[in-house]
Design a protein around this ligand. Sequence first.
Ligand SMILES: C[S@@+](CC[C@H](N)C(=O)[O-])C[C@H]1O[C@@H](n2cnc3c(N)ncnc32)[C@H](O)[C@@H]1O
Length: 236
Amino acid sequence: MIQRNILKAKTFINESVDRVLEVSRERFPFKWEPNGLLNRQPNSSSPAWWLFAREIWRNPRAMGTAFPSSPQLAQTMAKLIPQPDKQTLVVELGAGTGIVTAALLQRGIIAERLIPIEQSAGLAHYLQQNFPHMRVINGDALHLSELLGHDCQRVSTIVSGLPFRSLPRSLKHGIMAQIDKVLPPNGLLIQFTYDLSGRLSYLPDHFKRVATRFVWSNFPPARIDVFQSFKVSKSG
Ligand SMILES: C[S@@+](CC[C@H](N)C(=O)[O-])C[C@H]1O[C@@H](n2cnc3c(N)ncnc32)[C@H](O)[C@@H]1O
């Protein structure tokens, strides 16, 4: 009972933060954006918080939160990832300012086997400057297989920071179809969400949850789910 009330309160806080962002953007649109501060190309010395805030202002639904993940959330996600073998790749969707990317490297995944994908050109540029040995892709996860090209067949794990809760329904399903296409049988999808109690309704049935972790110290508190694809291999 107490736990259910805590969950309700946390969900309420999360939704209020989303709403405040939406309303403030509607009420205070920056008319000067085209030539202004928001349009400057970031460089590796731009503070991450500023880049994140700038993207929230531009595209709150795609960011889905007012805050980058905490190091605790990033490290907990990274620990859930099995070390890829010599052939396989880890793809990170919605890499943002790279907090999870850095945790994945720290976990021992080598830069050449990690591909961050980020839809914001500014954030992708920042990531490439900060992680020069990595192939950072600036693109929409909706076109995942096309963006990966031949590497598509080498993916074993997808780590996702995509804000599925705030993305439009058709986009959510389109991205999930791409994830399903790219992941091989037994492949893993690691996703975090601020929805602490809900189910991820957009997942195909053959994705089964095999692990869950809660990170209460993150703001907002988050749940990490590991899903395994039990689809049947085409070759039988
Ligand atoms: C909640 S933030 C997570 C950022 C970072 N991974 C973290 O944990 O702090 C979501 C990120 O997903 C990116 N994103 C949203 N929709 C996307 C899409 N369709 N394709 C690729 N990236 C997307 C946003 O630009 C943003 O950087």
